[in-house]
Design a binder for this molecule. Structure first.
Ligand SMILES: Cc1ncc(COP(=O)(O)O)c(C=O)c1O
Length: 364
């Protein structure tokens, strides 16, 4: 085996010629911002997630910021989020003038710990951001039950969870508003940054539509001071093409995950996910946990296998955030390792990676 890359974004593009033709046409027609491609993608993505409304934006961070803005929470209100997530989840809270409250995570699925969430909910809590990290769905039903009759909103950060379902419903449709990222490395990635917001609520849709476009839903119809956060036409065109075959991406990632699960059976020093058969996982990342993480990553590197860490720090370890200790998350960034998994990896490549890992633990 020559080299197993973590991802190869160029190789991931199955529909290159179709995409190049489309972009050529859009250039010829001088279509660069907005237009049919964007409107079509919003319709298709709303249909795909079975949401009433979809608003595209420039990236997943803006999606979170605008979505939180749509809830019109009083400045200084507390918003709870899991501590193991990309920094954008917390940034969106801060930029909205709200206070992030970090919550511990479960060690078997890395989603928000309900036990800790219960402790973190206070009189000041106005929203919870549930992050469907790595493509694994968070148990929104239990969160909803916990906040029943309380004035607390739910935002779902689905940046890593295109196609993930809880039961038969797509994530992002359980809370008040759901957000997505189409960053090139995501399962459904564009040719640059991109994002989307989904909701079932008309007033949220109206706010987001305007907020992404200088407060206007059509030219010169400004109702408030917004920003420019539009998904450009090329990226919408790329996403329209990629969405058509996205079910194959999910199928392949799930197939490859099964190789890892099977090969890691009986290796005591590896802990992988606990899956719930009622839900589906989009395997944006395949993450294992081991106390030998650095040694293993080194060994894999020597064998030409690339790995990554999502994330090497928990947000409460960043000095500008609240540093209060969380039991499960402590030192988690030193134990987790993301293994190669994508639709461009062959079964043989994943078998090779899994075999090497088996060998590592045998000879430890
Ligand atoms: C969980 C999570 N939330 C939000 C984002 C932000 O998305 P973007 O990079 O498109 O701004 C990301 C992207 O990495 C993410 O993984």
């Amino acid at each position: 085996m020559k080299k197993v890359k973590f991802t190869n974004l160029y190789k991931l593009l199955k529909n290159k010629s179709q995409i190049f033709r489309k972009i050529n046409l859009l250039i010829k027609q001088s279509k660069f911002v907005g237009g049919e491609e964007v409107v079509n993608f919003e319709k298709k993505f709303a249909k795909y997630t079975r949401s009433k409304y979809c608003i595209t934006v420039a990236n997943g961070t803006d999606a979170l910021e605008i979505a939180l803005g749509s809830l019109k929470l009083k400045k200084g209100s507390e918003v709870i989020l899991p501590v193991n997530t990309w920094i954008s989840t917390a940034e969106a809270i801060v930029t909205n003038g709200l206070k992030p409250i970090f919550c511990d995570i479960n060690l078997d699925d890395y989603s928000i710990s309900l036990k800790d969430l219960k402790k973190k909910i206070s009189r000041r809590t106005r929203a919870i951001i549930a992050v469907h990290l790595y493509g694994n769905p968070t148990n929104i039903f239990k969160i909803k039950k916990m906040i029943k009759n309380k004035n607390i909103k739910i935002i779902e950060d689905c940046a890593q969870a295109h196609g993930t379902t809880l039961g038969k419903r797509h994530v992002g449709t359980f809370g008040d508003v759901g957000t997505f990222s189409f960053f090139p490395g995501k399962n459904l990635g564009a040719f640059g940054d991109g994002g989307a917001i989904v909701t079932q609520t008309k007033s949220i849709w109206d706010y987001c539509l305007r907020a992404r476009n200088h407060g206007a839903s059509k030219k010169y119809d400004h109702k408030f001071s917004g920003r420019n956060s539009r998904l450009d036409t090329f990226n919408a065109a790329v996403l329209n093409i990629k969405l058509k075959s996205y079910s194959q991406v999910l199928k392949k990632r799930n197939e490859l995950s099964r190789i890892y699960f099977k090969k890691f059976e009986g290796i005591e020093d590896i802990i992988s996910y606990k899956l719930n058969k009622k839900n589906t996982h989009s395997f944006h990342q395949f993450v294992i946990r081991t106390k030998y993480r650095d040694k293993l990553a080194n060994y894999l590197r020597m064998n030409n296998i690339q790995t990554m860490v999502h994330y090497p720090y928990m947000l409460n370890e960043l000095k500008f955030f609240d540093k209060r200790k969380l039991i499960n998350a402590e030192n988690l960034g030193k134990k987790i390792l993301s293994l190669p998994i994508s639709e461009e990896h062959s079964k043989n490549e994943i078998l090779y990676v899994a075999e090497k890992i088996r060998l590592f633990f045998k000879t430890l």
